[in-house]
Write a protein that binds this ligand. Sequence first.
Ligand code: SF4
Length: 694
Amino acid sequence: MNTRVVRAACPHDCPDTCAMLVTVTDGVATAVKGDPDHPNTAGVLCTKVARYLERTYHSDRLLYPMKRTGKKGEGKFERISWEEALATITTKLKTIAGRDPRAILPYSYAGTMGAVQGESMAMRFFYRLGASKLDRTICSSAGGVGIKYTLGAKMGMDTEQYEHSKLILIWGGNPIASNLHFWMKVQEAKRRGAILVAIDPYRSLTAEKCDHHIPVLPGTDAALALGMMHILIRDDLLDHDYIDRYTLGYAQLAERVSEWTPEKTAQTCGISSEQVELLANLYGTTAKRGDPVAIRVNYGAQRARGGGMAVRNIACLPALVGAWRSPAGGVLLSSGETYPKKDRQLQRPDLMPHDGKRPSRIINMSTIGDDLLQPASAAFGPAIEALIVYNSNPVAVAPESAKVARGFAREDLFTVVLEHFQTDTVDYADIVLPATTQLEHTDIHATYGHLYIVANNPAITPLGEAKPNTEIFRQLAAGMGFDDPCFSDSDDDLAAQAFDATHPHAIHFHWPRLKQDGWMKLSVPDAPFAQGGFPTPSGKCEFYSEQMKKDGLDPLPAYLPPYESPASAPELAKKYPLAMISPPQRNFLNTTFVNVKSLRDTEGEPYLEIHPEDAGARSVADGDMVRIFNDRGSMVAKAHVTPNARQGLVVALSIWWKKLATDGKNANELTSQRLTDMGRAPTFYDVLVQVEKA
Ligand code: SF4
């Protein structure tokens, strides 16, 4: 027997980007495990990826190109050859592009986080074609913009330092489910005496295990941060020296937060003023003692109307108390911009034709439901006639799902989907192309949760006739007659172009060596902002942001109530009195893994967590089937009556494949396409609903 171990990377949309070791015997992958030597992975994979072989060798894998034989949405297909598939696609795209290439739209996100199989060859193809650009906003852009206004970039604490923190605020996230290796550091900190606080409307698995849980109403995190700042200033729990040297706009900030008394904050957030006092006091006094205080803010805090401002306000806190002085103090939303990525080199926007005939067009992926139904107009441009979907499952994950499905069902829309499985989106495809999984192709990974570059070597040959995304777009480019030399770059060429080795952070980056070693850490200081040096226009942490003013935003930390709340929509709140959030199920990752039976069996069936008071008022008992509805749609789920959902809140853990859910619908039937204050992102947790017994 010929057995070898291959160095790989977990490709999924998770901040941990684990380094994996894949055992291959006689060409068959027989085991995957976390690399025990990788300081963040520490030999551990989460429950999902520990089952990666079940997914890779799943009997439902798409192994051949197919064309649609039934109605759109029915999911009936027949096998065709690659030649026929590529010819059908390129013929159609040439016809459409001849009229206006902007009628063609790519749709992709983080189905793989790899720089090669993500947006490299694919983007070259769409730029060269002159297709509409996709505004990739569906997950993180609100918080990303908010933190950039404040700190200057999506960067912050090194995850490895949290084990030395003495107080950790876990804000808007459930790391046990979706940031496991951060949670391992938190556990170590706890063993060393740290106090843990979860700030989350939902008493999640993580919140249950923290010392304190502050159950704010969804979309009110910005107000809580303002209230904390009020108390820190009132009680002089500040680092005046740090503020004087390394921040901008303290006086204006102090004036702004003066109105955010504990009482007003408590009323806005739906908590007690004692909880606001406790939180601010813990934060301020721990820092004042000289102990490191850390915040891990995650994406739950930014999925409402004021989501960008929420993250901005939270990001102001460490500078007020001088937390950045210690490597174990500060805040982290994303480490993504610590990496010197060479996106322009990989994606080649210079390939875009500039013939002066028409301006380029950007379509926001979060409003795809509306945009697929838009007719041609002077304002919108041409109607979308062709959609190429890869690394995404929009029919299940995009908001206001009924509209999305209606758009995908358009008979005059030509849809191509690159996929591993027959997802809800594949059911609407005209042509389906089988894509390789991570074990079958080359890739290179930055991450948004630690500071390593991780290599992925192919462990096995592609199953069936599956091809890497890169190869599919190379062949489509050839079919379109694009002969630019960049379409001949191999996957190794692309990986070698991913990072700037002349940048101090990646000075040791060398792809051939990385392939062998598996991973390397960026060269960055332990405490990046100990002496200021924020990559903002002023070089300081900007409590006041002139750039925000130029962008038409409030230049100071502020609070915007959710679109759907009693404060901003009292009539709607009477009709639909319960707020709904839909955070990740522990065994699913967005919609990836829902079709892996062992994982789905662990989750059982779609359920709705509802507080005993709210259930009682509706004569709903634990285990009853309930209908959750609002003006946009409805779904059916089993009621779990539990105080883990605070009163006034229901929780629909997600994201289920619609066709594997109870009534063929998931939580996105209820979400809206309204966008956040910054970053043009969706407001998945800014939703009011009513619940009744089904
Ligand atoms: S999903 Fe996250 S925790 Fe799980 S293996 Fe991948 S990177 Fe690691």
